[in-house]
Structures are given as structure tokens and as C-alpha cells.
Design a protein around this ligand. Structure first.
Ligand code: SF4
Length: 475
């Protein structure tokens, strides 16, 4: 991001119907404090109309509000690129699912790869580097995305507790006494009973089950055992292809919990270092160190050697330069997980990082770009291929999150959740179910409350909400 501290931009979007998306595009070029939207429903509140003292005022406007959304985006992109000297690599695309866009063009509209490449280049101004990435991702995931989902669902079960809260976290993650975890699990069992029984009665089969969080290995071994057993007894697992417990925090991966996972038909876990640098781990609020990550890998190899392992890392963590990020990748490659997911640090709303520096994501565009480029090269050399990706708001440099997999170890759940052509039944606090109506290619959201205590108190209502909307596509 080329920041020019002497300029302040006043931008007239003329109440355009796509003003929100246009503003998201503007944020890829300009810090929120460096511009002000005139006549816009979504005027940013991070700046005043007059800008800072002594700033040079630049007035911009779109030609008229009748201009189509994509034309208006291209118009603004060209204007801001010329003024700032900066061109975002994803061009005018502000959505979170570039791979879904490719899949829709190819599978629903029958376009060839060349036609889609031309669309991305000429209409969305996406760089060749990112076109290559998204096309390869779609090729790798195509055996899964091409399959009809039929009467299947993905099941997500959330455990909203973690040992500590990470600096960048905006998830439902609580740090509570174990008695609260027990209360939560009792309510969750009720929801598992209701949803599992109902889907089984409708003849609906989970294709994948994903325990996420939070940290799903927060429950102690006997409670984890009971939770998995309850799930397996209520859902019909005859069509199950994948069963993931995203352990995540290495400090919760213990021999007794691994033995529980092995006892059940679990197929994959995550061991998430985020960084292999101890100072960074301390800085971002993790209680484990790189030695604990190595120990978690060794323990997994010993206690549950058949489990596939994913590992998450983050490019752009505070205090980390390109060399440190490469070191993390090298150390992780030595440990040899089946998947490595490379996130770009995002400054999310509810995070401590945002409180400390709301514009952190604007500072390190070039360096983080080199980091994600290094990851792509190093992982390709080691035999990993990109298989799913998404973008988020407020990401450093507006890059992307990409998961790389050794061939044959791609996660079905992750591909499906990004492709949005299958119903997701999401249980637990913060779970957002999505009922997929195939005939209209439409999703209906059915959210649970995110506060775990309110979830416990209103568990009956969470079950009833699903009754109203979740099962409709199967009835
Ligand atoms: S492990 Fe994940 S969910 Fe838990 S605090 Fe860290 S970022 Fe949040």
C-alpha cells in the first residue's frame, strides 16, 4: 500500500446501489482514515469530512449512479491506481470466494479455462500470478466440486473455548473454568440429539463432520470420548468420507485425547503452529512454544499415526520478517503435515490487534506479498498443491488464505464450505447453518447465537430455528 500522508480523498459515490462494494474496493487502496465518502449510505466513520489539517484535498466521483457495478469498480480502480501508484493483485474482486467464481463460470456457464482467465484479466483486472493460483486451486479441487451433493450435508460442531486468546482472534473463543465447558457440552449434546435424529429420519447423510472452534480438544479425554460417541450414535455415518477434529492448539494435544480420537473413526486433525518462532508465539498470546509443536507431531505419529494432519501458519504476524516466515515454513516442512494452510494476517473487528492498531493491515503489503509468494514456491517444490482458498476483509495487502495439500489429502469439508453447494448443519455457539436449495442455487442462513452462555440458556430455540429452516431442502 503506497500511503501518501499529505492527501485526503473525498469521494462521491452518488448513492450508488453497490456503494458498499465500491467502498470495500476503495479500502484496498486507501486507509479508512485517508478518505471520506460523500452521499453514501456507507460513509466510513474512521475519518471526518474535512480530513487532517494541512492535507491536500482530492475530490473524486463516479460518473453517475446508473453505472453498472462492475463498470463503476473498474472506473474507481483505474482512478485510484493512477493516483496512488498501487494496483491490488486481486484487481476489482472484493468477494471472499474467487475459486467459487471460477467454478461457476466453468461448471454452470460452461466457459473454458481460457475464457475464465480472460474474464479475470480483462474484466476484473486480476494479476497473472493470482489467476494462476486460483486456476490451479480449482483444478485440484475439481474432483470434489464436480460431484453432486445429493442428500448429503456437512456437519460442523463448534467448541468455543481456548486456553488463551490470540492477538488476532475474532472467533467465539472463551477462557473459562472447566465447569463452564461441562455446562456447554450438556447443551451441545441436546442439539446433537435433535439435529442428528432429524437428519437421519429424513435419510440425510453427513458427507463430512468437522469439529472446530475455538479449540475442539478443550474437553478432557472422557468428555471428548462421550461427545464423539454421541455424534456417531445420532447421525447416520454410512456415507461419511471425512471426520475432522481440528485440535489446533498444540497444548491441548495429549496422548489420552489422541487415543480417544483413534478409538473413533476420526480421519484428520489440525496441529496449528501459526509460527515456529518462540518470540512471535509469546507476542501473539499463545501459551505453547515451537518445542510443543514438535512434541504434538511426535505424539500424533506415535498414538494416532493414521490421522491426516493439517497445520495453519500466518504470514505478516507482528515482528516477523520474510526470513522468519521462511524459517517457519522450513521447520514445518521437516515435520511433514499433509496439509499446510497459509493465512495472511487479517485485522478483524473483535480482535485485540485491531484495538492496538486498526490499520496494521495497510503497513506491509510488499513484504507480505513476498511471504505468500515464498510459501507457494516452497510448498510446490515440496509436492503440495493449493486446493482451497478464500479472502477476508482487512487482510494485510488484500491477499488470500490458501490451503496446500499433498495429493489425495484434500479436505472435502473445506472445499464444500467455500463452494457453497451443499447444506451445512452447524451446531454449537456461533455455528451458522446454511440450507442449500439446489433448484434455485440459493443458501438460507440459520445462525445460532455466538455467546456460549446464551446458547446454553436458549438451546431449545436454537433447535427450533433449525426446524423452521434447515431441513426444508430435504422435506
Ligand atoms: S486458537 Fe483460534 S479460536 Fe482460539 S483464540 Fe486463537 S485464533 Fe481464536
Amino acid at each position: 500500500m503506497k500511503k501518501n500522508t499529505t492527501r485526503f480523498y473525498k469521494i462521491d459515490l452518488k448513492n450508488h446501489p453497490s456503494a458498499y462494494e465500491l467502498q470495500e474496493l476503495i479500502k484496498e487502496f486507501l486507509r479508512p482514515s485517508d478518505f471520506y465518502i460523500l452521499n453514501g449510505q456507507f460513509a466510513n466513520r474512521e475519518s471526518s469530512e474535512d480530513g487532517p489539517e494541512n492535507s491536500e484535498m482530492v475530490l473524486l466521483e463516479i460518473p453517475d449512479r446508473e453505472m453498472g457495478r462492475d463498470d463503476a469498480k473498474r472506473y474507481l480502480f483505474n482512478l485510484l491506481r493512477d493516483l496512488t501508484g498501487y494496483a491490488p493483485k486481486w484487481g476489482t474482486l472484493t468477494g471472499v470466494r474467487p475459486a467459487k467464481l471460477v467454478n461457476e463460470q466453468m461448471y454452470l456457464k460452461g466457459k473454458s479455462e481460457e475464457e475464465v482467465r480472460a474474464l479475470f484479466r480483462d474484466s476484473y483486472y486480476v494479476s497473472e500470478e493470482k489467476i494462476d493460483l486460483v486456476m490451479e486451486t480449482c483444478r485440484v479441487q475439481s474432483p470434489v466440486t464436480a460431484e453432486p451433493a445429493g442428500n448429503t450435508v456437512g456437519v460442523y460442531i463448534g467448541i468455543p473455548f481456548c486456553p488463551t486468546r490470540c492477538l488476532y482472534c475474532s472467533f467465539t473463543s472463551n477462557q473459562k473454568d472447566y465447569s463452564e465447558v461441562k455446562r456447554y457440552l450438556a447443551a451441545l449434546h441436546r442439539e446433537i440429539d435433535a439435529v442428528g435424529t432429524r437428519l437421519t429420519g429424513l435419510g440425510v447423510l453427513p458427507e463430512s463432520i468437522y469439529f472446530g472452534g475455538g479449540t475442539p480438544t478443550t474437553p478432557e479425554a472422557p468428555d471428548l470420548d462421550a461427545l464423539l460417541a454421541r455424534t456417531e450414535s445420532r447421525f447416520d455415518l454410512s456415507g461419511l468420507k471425512e471426520y475432522c477434529v481440528e485440535a489446533g492448539r498444540p497444548d491441548t494435544i495429549t496422548a489420552d485425547r489422541l487415543r480417544v480420537l483413534r478409538k473413533h473413526p476420526v480421519t484428520r486433525i489440525s496441529i496449528n503452529p501459526q509460527s515456529m518462532n518462540d518470540e512471535t508465539l509469546e507476542r501473539i498470546g499463545r501459551t505453547h512454544r515451537s518445542a510443543d509443536i514438535r512434541e504434538a507431531f511426535a505424539l500424533t505419529k506415535r498414538e494416532a499415526p493414521d490421522l491426516l494432519v493439517n497445520s495453519d501458519i500466518i504470514a505478516g504476524l507482528p515482528g516477523e520478517d520474510r526470513a522468519m516466515f521462511r524459517q517457519t515454513l522450513e521447520s514445518l516442512l521437516e515435520l511433514g503435515p499433509d496439509n499446510i494452510t497459509v493465512h495472511t494476517l487479517a485485522v478483524k473487528r473483535a480482535s485485540r490487534l485491531r484495538e492496538m492498531d486498526a490499520e496494521y493491515n495497510y503497513g506491509r503489503t510488499d513484504e507480505v506479498g513476498l511471504m505468500v509468494g515464498d510459501a507457494r514456491r516452497m510448498l510446490a517444490e515440496a509436492g503440495y498443491r493449493p486446493y482451497y482458498m478464500y479472502r477476508q476483509k482487512h487482510m494485510t495487502g488484500n491477499y488470500e488464505n490458501v490451503s496446500y495439500a499433498k495429493p489425495g489429502t484434500e479436505s472435502i469439508y473445506n472445499i464444500r464450505i467455500m463452494d457453497e453447494h451443499q447444506t451445512i448443519a452447524a451446531l454449537g455457539a456461533g455455528g451458522i447453518s446454511k440450507a442449500y436449495h439446489g433448484a434455485e442455487n440459493r443458501l438460507v442462513r440459520v445462525p445460532n447465537v455466538s455467546n456460549y452462555d446464551i446458547y446454553i440458556q436458549r438451546i431449545g430455540e436454537m433447535i427450533e430455528r433449525k426446524e423452521q429452516k434447515l431441513y426444508v431442502p430435504f422435506e
